[in-house]
Structure formats: C-alpha cells, structure tokens
Design a protein around this ligand. Structure first.
Ligand SMILES: *Cc1c(COP(=O)(O)O)cnc(C)c1O
Length: 369
C-alpha cells in the first residue's frame, strides 16, 4: 500500500525524546515546550507562541481569547475542516459562510464584503491545501469594517504570502502538528500572536484558567489543552528541517504535475499564483464535470490498486450536525459543492519516493482510460 501520508522522523526526534526520558521531564512543565514555542513562533514571524494539544484546540483557544459573544458573526469558508466552525459555535458566535475560488480552492475573497452585517466581528481565513488565501483584500476589508482576523495556518507551515510567513497575518493565528502537517508532534498545535494580552489569555485558557495567586479559585472556564514535553521534543527536531521539508513537498508537487498535466479530464493544483508558490500540503485532484463519476468511485478504484487517498473537505453548509442545529439550511455554495464531490488527494507525504509517484500516476491514467 502506498500510504496517503507518512511522517519523516529521521532527524533529532529520537535524541530529544531520549532526553525527556533520561531527565524525567515528560509533562508540559518540561523545557522543550518553551523552546518549541519560542523557535516556532519566531520562524513564522510572531512574538508569542502558545503550544496546545492539537490544532482544533488551538482554534478553540484563539476564538475564546478574542472574546466573541453570543450573536457575533464570523466569516469563514464553507470548504474547510469542521474544527473552524466548531470553535465559533462553541463560543456562542455564528459562522457566516463564503464559497471557494474554483482554482485555488481557498475562500473567494471577492464574496466577503457582501456577507458583512452589523454583527460581523471577525474573518477566519483558512489556507487550503498549500496555497495561501489572497490576504491583501482580506486585510483591507478587516481594516475598513474594524474586524479581527483569525488565521488558520494549520496547512501552511513554511508557506508565505508575498514573502511574509503564513501565520503572521491574523490578530491571532493557529497551526496544527498532526502527522500529515509539515511539522508534526504526533498530536499538537500552536496559537501565535504579537499581542501580549491575547497571548496571556491563551496561556490561561489552555491551562484551566488557574490563577497565579489563588490556584484553585477560577474566574473563568478554561481547558486542559497543554502540550507535553515529549510532543515538543519531536516538534523541535521537525522544525529544524522545515525548510528542507518545504522544498521536498514542492518537488513532489511539481513531479506529479509534470506527469499528470496532459490529462484533460482532471484539474490539478495551481503551481503558483501572483502571491505564492504552492507548497502542496496535499496534492489534490478534481475530476472534471464531464466525467460521470465522483471522487468516491475513483478513490475506491485506487484503493483496490493499493493507493491511499482522502476525499476533499465536506462543506460546512452540508454538515448534518449543523442542519440539526438549524444552521445553513437551504444555503448553497456551488463551487464548494462541486470540489467536495469531485475532489480527492493522492499520496503526498514526506517519505514518498519517485517510484511511488510513478505508480500513482500510472494507476490514475489507467483508471481514467
Ligand atoms: C489539520 C487542520 C486543523 C486541525 O488540526 P488537528 O491538529 O487535527 O486538530 C485545523 N484546520 C485545518 C485547516 C487543518 O488542516
């Protein structure tokens, strides 16, 4: 089986992990956590980093730290992971959806302004699959209407927008370190910001809102979302190789594109836009409409030939869980509906070999014929 993703752990991961074992520092109190926070946040151009137990938790903390209230509206892409909408709804706020751009698969920033109401408080941008959201228009709109920006850079470690790191655009930004991300800690995430007060709120929220002077007396509800020293040890070793990993992913993407570009019945990821070169977090393929089958069927065929795939995101406005809550009923976002049914991604991990990519390409070509 060619796995859809496999992490690459052959740097200092083992050495740093052994240090945790040898010193007995395995909890979140261990020294690697701070070091990882400092080095990772510096790498993405931020003053403060708050490590947490996963990327979804990072979104929960980021949204809560902004102090959104009941009835506040937050604009988000419908084509994203459910963690984005969950964080907003759990804070009592309302997600307001935007359709995707058919080529970058990111939120179509031209649609944002039409969705703004007097209740809008924030825009949550999500960089999807390796290309960043077009940030200049987003920043302009946020400034014009006095909105906060929450930036989900969980798929964009090492990516830039006009040479500025992804993760440096939000009032508050988040990363995930799940094993398919460019930097992994097994499970893990981080909130980053330049705002000291927000950083302090995030630290408190991740740690049950314990108070410094009266530890077990709480003024607010938080979570235990702490990252362990073991996770941070792996993260530090991974971070040392981020630049190398990004080059590797770019080469993977270019290789696939070169081999697949002559097939007319499929749409491939853009290699670049005017503001960024793709880092191919995953290598996505969208079947053209004239093909009379969906990604589901294609993925089953590939699985039968031992090739791992994953479907594209399923849009927020079609999620049964949100319909049951009375959200997004009868809303329609046509681009997201098409790409979610026709899109899937092929093996794109850091251990992927050229021979494996050749095999993936060969099988795709056979199936399409
Ligand atoms: C992976 C991911 C997350 C969530 O991260 P977890 O660590 O899996 O909770 C959030 N947003 C996006 C865009 C992601 O790709």
């Amino acid at each position: 089986m060619i796995p859809v993703n496999e992490p690459l752990l052959d740097g200092n991961e083992k050495k740093y992990l052994m240090e945790c074992i040898d010193t007995g520092w395995i909890s979140s109190e261990g020294p690697f956590v701070k070091e990882f926070e400092e080095k990772f946040s510096a790498k993405v151009g931020r003053k403060y980093g708050i490590a947490v137990c996963n990327g979804s938790a990072a979104l929960d903390v980021a949204v809560a730290a902004l102090g959104l209230k009941e009835g506040d509206e937050v604009i988000i892409p419908t084509f994203t992971i459910i963690s984005c909408a969950n964080a907003i709804i759990r804070a009592g706020a309302i997600p307001v959806l935007i359709d995707s751009d058919p080529y970058t698969w990111n939120m179509d920033v031209n649609q944002i302004e039409s969705r703004i109401t007097p209740k809008t408080r924030a825009i949550m941008v999500v960089h999807i699959y390796g290309l960043p959201v077009d940030m200049d228009p987003v920043m302009r709109i946020a400034k014009k209407y006095g909105l906060k920006i929450i930036e989900d850079a969980a798929e964009a470690h090492g990516q830039t927008y006009k040479r500025k790191p992804c993760g440096s655009f939000g009032d508050i930004s988040v990363f995930s370190f799940y094993p398919n991300k460019h930097v992994t800690t097994g499970e893990g995430g981080m909130v980053v910001t330049d705002n000291e007060e927000l950083a302090e709120r995030c630290r408190s929220l991740r740690n049950l809102c314990f108070q410094a002077n009266r530890r077990f007396v709480h003024e607010e509800m938080g979570w235990n979302f702490r990252m362990t020293n073991l996770q941070a040890a792996i993260g530090l070793a991974q971070l040392e190789r981020l630049d190398e990993f990004v080059i590797k992913k770019r080469n993977m993407g270019k290789y696939y594109t070169q081999k697949l570009k002559d097939i007319e019945s499929i749409q491939l990821p853009l290699e670049k836009t005017s503001y960024a070169d793709n880092i191919y977090w995953v290598y996505g393929i969208v079947l053209n409409d004239q093909l009379n089958f969906d990604a589901d069927k294609m993925m089953k065929h590939l699985a039968a030939k031992n090739i791992g795939t994953r479907p594209f995101f399923y849009p927020m406005h079609e999620q049964p869980v949100f319909h049951k809550m009375g959200l997004f009923v009868n809303e329609s976002y046509p681009v997201a509906e098409i790409i979610s049914r026709k899109g899937f991604y092929v093996p794109s991990g850091l251990t992927l070999t050229e021979a494996q990519m050749d095999e993936v390409v060969k099988v795709i070509k056979e199936e399409l014929n």
